[in-house]
Design a protein around this ligand. Structure first.
Ligand code: 5AD
Ligand code: SF4
Length: 453
């Protein structure tokens, strides 16, 4: 039985795409290898959002290829955002690379790799230091949003990602995604509902996370129905599915985030009390340079409105520090915004210039030392707030969807609350996949600990 090793970098969209590709290989009789040395096909799903992510993936593949365990017949492939963005250039970086596959052609990964593997295994000539086959497919596939296929959630999982759209039309000046993921396209609602239903009925999934670059723009060419956008109507339809207990989505954008979506928090109880809501900056001047067409005041107003609709709502965010031209004053506005919103967590990124994006050409690039100083300062503030917010939950009871063994201590079970906080169950042993009340007894910055009752 041939084996596949698949390593994924980047966002949840990439994780979902990897799950689809892995499901294709499993259906074709492959097994999953836990290390690249044991695999016949080695794939890396890559992210381009920051330079660091790209260097990591290239380094990893280089190391795998150079490792003594690598066999002559092994097929090496790179997929995802870096493939889409760099295409054949990757063959120059990695001469043994066989396949490069773009973000709209995941359905082609299995056929390309499998036929190459079969060809090599049947070929009598052994060339240990061969060059790669250098097959590259990155053309956009027409109506690729309809090619998103159902995928198996990872074995035994009670939570699944469901892609509702692809691409992005926003063109934030720092972001490479519009060029790696193409134009915004929404998937038909009936396909999404069929997928969610089958995940619930056939795989016992209790929680879905609806994925898109800007989910609240889902189906935006459709007219409002009684004031409700297509996205809110999708949430309502998913909410109807019996057996499904929790709905999440990521990520929304302040643009097109209207009252109907705020109101959804009042009448859709399955909608979890957590939103990941990227803010990027607290300075209107920087937001304008970022081509984020909203003001900080609008962002804050939305946070307050959502908390009014759902008082226990946890809000997390993405923030970029050191964007070109960001002054100390701009940075302090971001800092103030973090204090005002009291985020449950924030991912802080140092601005990374990306090829082909307008911000990479802007004057006044910020030096690394300054970016690091702002990153460090903001991280401290974010951690302080997150720790205080978690400490306030000690003594409360949280409903935990039990996901499996804790990563740090496999003797204990771990799950997440509706607020998306990781919760380690220190005593009691509920069934994996069930939702149980847990009394919180201890907290750290990002994890809660408690007893199942
Ligand atoms: N540099 C740093 N961070 C970036 N992000 C996107 N592009 C860049 C970049 N060029 C961050 C944004 C986005 C998150 C996924 O990555 O904050 O929300
Ligand atoms: Fe990275 Fe963006 Fe691609 Fe996700 S969509 S893998 S965050 S570049």
């Amino acid at each position: 039985m041939p084996a596949l090793y698949l390593k994924t970098y980047g966002c949840q969209m990439n994780e979902r795409d990897s799950e689809q590709v892995a499901a294709d290989f499993l259906a074709a009789g492959y097994s999953l290898a836990s290390s690249p040395e044991q695999a016949d096909v080695v794939l890396i799903n890559t992210c381009s959002v920051r330079e660091k992510a790209e260097l990591k993936a290239l380094g990893k593949m280089g190391m795998i290829m150079a490792s003594s365990g690598a066999q002559f017949h092994t097929v090496y492939g790179i997929m995802g955002c870096m493939s889409q963005s760099l295409g054949r250039e990757l063959f120059r970086e990695l001469p043994r690379l066989d396949v490069v596959i773009g973000t709209q052609r995941y359905h082609r990964v299995l056929p390309l790799c499998d036929s190459l593997l079969k060809e090599r295994l049947s070929s009598p000539i052994v060339k240990p230091m061969r060059r790669g086959a250098q097959l590259c497919e990155t053309d956009p596939a027409p109506r690729s949003q309809d090619l998103i296929r159902d995928h198996l959630p990872p074995h035994g999982s009670c939570s699944a990602f469901v892609s509702i759209m692809q691409g992005c039309d926003m063109h934030c000046s720092y972001c490479i995604v519009p060029s790696t993921r193409g134009e915004e396209r929404s998937r038909p609602m009936k396909d999404i509902l069929t997928e969610v239903r089958s995940l619930v009925e056939q795989n016992g999934v209790k929680e879905v996370t609806l994925l898109g670059q800007i989910v609240n723009r889902y189906g935006r060419e459709e007219p409002l129905v009684e004031g409700r956008s297509a996205f809110v109507r999708l949430l309502e339809a998913v909410h109807e599915i019996s057996g499904l207990e929790r709905i999440r989505f990521t990520s929304p954008h302040p643009i097109g985030f209207r009252e109907d979506l705020v109101r959804a928090y009042t009448y859709l109880p399955k909608l979890c009390s957590h939103i990941h809501f990227p803010m990027q900056s607290g300075s209107d001047r920087i937001l304008r340079l970022m081509r984020r067409p909203y003001k900080q005041a609008k962002y804050l107003e939305l946070c307050h409105a959502m908390r009014a609709a759902r008082p226990d709502l946890a809000i997390t965010t993405d923030i970029i520090v050191g964007f070109p031209g960001e002054t100390e004053e701009d940075y302090l506005l971001t800092r103030n915004a973090v204090e005002e919103v009291q985020f449950d967590n924030a991912f802080i990124f140092q601005y990374s210039p990306r090829r082909g994006t307008p911000a990479a050409e802007m004057p006044n690039q910020i030096c690394l030392r300054e970016k690091e100083a702002r990153n460090h300062d903001l991280l401290e503030l974010v951690n302080r707030i997150a720790t205080a917010r978690n400490a306030a939950l000690v003594g409360s009871t949280q409903l935990v969807l039990v996901e499996g063994p804790s990563k740090t201590n496999p003797d204990r079970l771990q799950g997440r609350s509706p607020q998306n906080k990781p919760i380690v169950i220190t005593s009691g042993s509920p069934i994996v996949g069930s939702i149980v009340p847990v009394r919180i007894e201890e907290s750290t910055g990002f994890t809660l600990y408690g007893t199942a009752i």
